[in-house]
Design a protein around this ligand. Sequence first.
Ligand SMILES: [Zn+2]
Length: 290
Amino acid sequence: MLSLFALHESNRFVHVSEVERGLACDCRCAVCGEPVIARQGELREHHFAHSSNAEPCASSYESDLHRFAKRVIVEARGLVVPVTPAASQALGYGGRLDPSILLACTDIEEEVAVGELRPDLLAATVAGVTVAIEVAYSSFCSVDKCLAYEQLKLPALEIDLRAFTHTAFDVAKVKHAILEDVGGKAWLWPMNIEAEQPVDASAENAPTQRFLPEEIVTIHGRWISVKELPSGDIAIKAVRYDPDVVSVVRTVARAHFGRYREAYHSWVIPRFRAQAARLQLRSIASADLC
Ligand SMILES: [Zn+2]
């Protein structure tokens, strides 16, 4: 199969239509690292060829498509996603009912292990919610995987790119499908059905009822505040500045996918690691008493 993708000098994973013709493409083979030539002639499908004329390295179109899709989302720092009532809640937008929304992200990481799962991308939204993004071409998420996302309470979006076969790849159309269109996107969790469940009568009061009481954990005689947010995430911070305690908070937060929020001087831990982070702080506090 002809190679449609290569690694540009800038370290971007590029499609042959995105670069200059010939050696001026400044690209290397993504498999062996040899310089490649962008062949953009009239007769054959445009492709990359090794500059030595060696046979093309074996590559999988599906993994190339994944890699391209991840690059596009990382570069755009977000994407438009469909909004269901359940997704709106999980994303921290409450009862908002727009059919779609731009999910702007502060940070997007590739292939991070979350429990047993390794989503294509793990994004932190500007609202402070962690979201998994899966790109699908020939294999789609199984029921088990959806259940795993449900258990983690980790919102997960799947993007269906099966229309873009090797011969039907068009950079502009693929980017549109990934970034702007919502037709091929679906939430693996939360499924919308949850929003249709009857609302617990006791929960229909003020949203402040959804906050749990703030927990204070004492380490080295200093207080650490642990607050649950309406989303189920927790915010942790040293109540007064103390370098040792700040460093404990930072270490625990980073171990549990925490994101620092400058304005609040606090770390927000996504809900699927909230309990683990809380337990770790408590165990440091109890070790501290000995
Ligand atoms: Zn090669």
